[in-house]
Design a protein around this ligand. Structure first.
Ligand code: KIV
Length: 264
């Protein structure tokens, strides 16, 4: 049996079945996540913070990403594997193509993720036209933390909400096959999910998206520092890590996570 496909994830959206995604950085956790039934493993550049102890994701390199992708790939056989393109690895179409090819060829990723809005349209077109599936990432963009001035909720005002919604449509038109929406009001998450054909995954974007993603170490309560308020410690109330991951999968599937009242 091969890995889960994009076609299956698209079908889950159409059928209203919630998609479960968690970050993974190594083979042991990848195997546990797969055994618990998580559909998508995201090798996120959040590894800069939770694995490397950096203050932001900006110092993560392509070599770091390839290394962690390989580990996750070796630890899993069936889950869909999505990998982050790190900061400044997709500044031009050709640079993006070469680096995305590394994540797929050397790392085993099935899709790459890019942070940013309409300005990335040309790059998304360049990649998808060459057979590289792309996941867009809108809302809070951690790679732009110094521009935004901190990790804060995006799209609260009408004008910024409209811009995020337009960006989502533009990136879908450019060929993006999935979208992660980070830290936006639940109302905006719902609107964008209804408007798009592609699966929309919430990371603090409320309960109405097609699926949910959390940073693994946040949902186990072991990230250094404060976890985001929309996250939940699933280890609390369960006796071990496999049970905590199982509890996350079950809560997402049954629409019991996230709660609307704890969303933005
Ligand atoms: O790097 C990461 O873990 C991410 C998630 C927060 C969506 O991009």
């Amino acid at each position: 049996m091969g890995r889960l496909t994009l076609t299956k994830l698209q079908k889950m959206k159409r059928q209203g079945e919630k998609i479960t995604m968690l970050t993974a950085y190594d083979a042991s956790f990848a195997a546990l996540l797969e055994a618990a039934g998580v559909e998508v493993l995201l090798v996120g550049d959040s590894l800069g913070m939770v694995i490397q102890g950096q203050e932001s994701t900006l110092s993560v390199t392509m070599d770091d990403m390839v290394y962690h992708c390989r580990n996750v790939s070796r630890g899993s056989q069936c889950t869909f594997m999505l990998a982050d393109m790190p900061f400044m690895s997709y500044a031009t179409p050709n640079q993006a193509m070469d680096n995305a090819a590394r994540l797929m060829r050397e790392g085993g990723a099935q899709m790459v993720k890019l942070e940013g809005g309409r300005l990335l349209g040309e790059i998304v077109e360049h990649l998808t036209a060459r057979g590289i599936p792309v996941c867009a990432h809108l809302g809070l963009l951690p790679q732009s933390v110094h521009r935004i001035g901190g990790y804060r909720v995006q799209g609260r005002e009408e004008i910024s909400a409209r811009r995020i919604q337009e960006d989502a449509m533009i990136l879908q038109e450019a060929g993006a096959d999935m979208l992660i929406l980070e830290c936006v009001p639940a109302r905006l998450g719902s609107k964008i999910t209804d408007a798009l054909k592609i699966p929309v995954i919430s990371c603090g974007a409320g309960p109405y998206c097609d699926g949910q993603v959390l940073v693994l170490y946040d949902m186990l309560g072991i990230s250094p520092g404060k976890s985001p308020s929309f996250s939940r410690n699933f280890l609390e109330g369960t006796s071990n890590i496999p049970n905590a991951i199982q509890a996350y999968v079950s809560a997402v599937k049954k629409n019991e996570f996230p709660l609307l009242e704890l969303s933005y």
